[in-house]
Ligand binder design. Structure first.
Ligand code: THU
Length: 138
């Protein structure tokens, strides 16, 4: 089962409302869609020690894995509430964190961001080619 793009982007936008971003004021939401139709969402969580801030995508992966999910990730939507015209794409660290969950189930999820003319779509493997992962450890 694949969740429609518009629904997953809307879930990410809604999740961004819960962002704790008093320092950057850059509110981001992420929505992860799984093979069984479940959607797991999260928003970024900043910290007064700025470097400890957590991105929305990383919090979403942590939530999903704490619910027992180890794979089945088929699509990822990211939305910035007060971002500029450019769609938000996962930062480098988040690409690696998302890849761990994707590789756990052998999927290559679609990554969606933006709406209308600024919409973005790619496979996670395009955003993080030659990914390091569980199999790399031998
Ligand atoms: N951020 C995310 O949550 N996801 C991204 O893909 C890009 C950046 C957050 C981290 C920080 O709280 C704020 O956006 C500004 O960088």
């Amino acid at each position: 089962m694949i969740v429609p793009r518009a629904a997953l982007v809307a879930a990410a936008q809604q999740a961004a409302e819960q962002a704790y971003a008093p320092y950057s004021h850059y509110r981001v939401g992420a929505a992860l869609a799984f093979e069984d139709g479940v959607i797991v969402t999260a928003a970024n969580v900043e910290n007064a020690s700025y470097g400890l801030s957590l991105c929305a995508e990383t919090v979403a992966v942590a939530r999903a894995m704490n619910e027992g999910r180890r794979g089945g990730l088929v699509a990822i939507a990211v939305a910035g509430l007060n971002a500029g015209a450019e769609p938000v794409t996962p930062c480098g660290r988040c690409r690696q964190v998302l890849s761990e969950l994707a590789q756990g189930g052998g999927t290559d999820p679609l990554v969606w961001s933006g709406t209308g003319e600024t919409s973005f779509e790619a496979r996670l493997s395009q955003l993080l080619p030659h990914a390091f992962g569980p199999a790399s450890l031998g």
